[in-house]
Design a binder for this molecule. Structure first.
Ligand code: ATP
Length: 207
């Protein structure tokens, strides 16, 4: 049985934090591949065009043969829900043990995801530590245990593993903010991604 990980997100745009997490997951677990799945239409956000986010993902991941970018969420053309992504990918990759890569902030919201209880049991969760707002000391382990307990109360058992990675304070929203303010984003995203953004004038205006 192969072991694959899904890395879902808006990737608006992809940054070094995302890349570090995916690489860490490859090295600290038995997964063979990371399937990056950009949301076509994130449920609670407005984002740059899917085509731009996809292109930047492809540029950033092209040198790593264990990374692949999936357009599966573009096929539904509606809201992107994680459970549908997993069901659709399972049809493409049968006989697979699934993992889901997620930042701590996102993992914390898992009990409230659309069909989250079902999804929670269908894969193993690989969690990247991240500072949460108002936090001064990262409480990753504690928060993961709280999520597990919360789900347990709903008779849902999950398997999770914390990734050991340095905390990276980069976020896509910070990059978009820097672009709007005309600040440098060099060293926050891969250089080719930065060129793509400059060429297409992405994120320079507030929407
Ligand atoms: P935004 O700032 O627009 O909310 P983001 O930087 O969180 O974006 P997403 O594409 O929404 O990026 O994130 C995809 C996944 O990667 C989420 O699970 C998120 O928690 C995780 N993630 C993103 N950046 C980091 C980071 N620096 N450290 C840990 N996890 C991260």
């Amino acid at each position: 049985m192969q072991q694959l990980a899904i890395f879902g997100g808006t990737f608006d745009p992809i940054h070094w934090g995302h890349l570090l997490i995916a690489e860490t997951a490859l090295h600290q677990t038995a997964i063979e591949k990371v399937i990056w799945t950009p949301s076509f239409q994130p449920p609670h956000k407005t984002a740059a065009l899917f085509e731009h986010r996809l292109a930047m993902l492809q540029i950033a991941t092209k040198d790593n043969s264990a990374f692949t970018v999936s357009q599966i969420e573009a096929k539904s053309r509606g809201n992107s829900y994680a459970i549908n992504t997993l069901i659709d990918l399972s049809a493409c990759y049968p006989n697979t043990r699934w993992y889901w890569i997620v930042g701590l902030d996102t993992f914390q919201t898992l009990p409230r995801w659309y069909r989250g209880q079902e999804l929670a049991q269908m894969c193993n969760w690989l969690i990247a530590p991240r500072f949460l707002s108002g936090e001064t000391i990262p409480q990753s382990e504690l928060i993961c245990k709280q999520v597990k307990q919360q789900l347990q109360k709903q008779s849902v058992t999950i398997h999770w593993q914390l990734l050991h990675t340095p905390l990276v304070g980069i976020s896509s929203s910070l990059i978009r903010q820097f672009c709007r303010e005309g600040q440098s984003i060099r060293y926050l995203v891969p250089e080719e991604v930065r060129s793509y953004m400059t060429f297409h004038g992405l994120y320079t205006r507030s929407i």
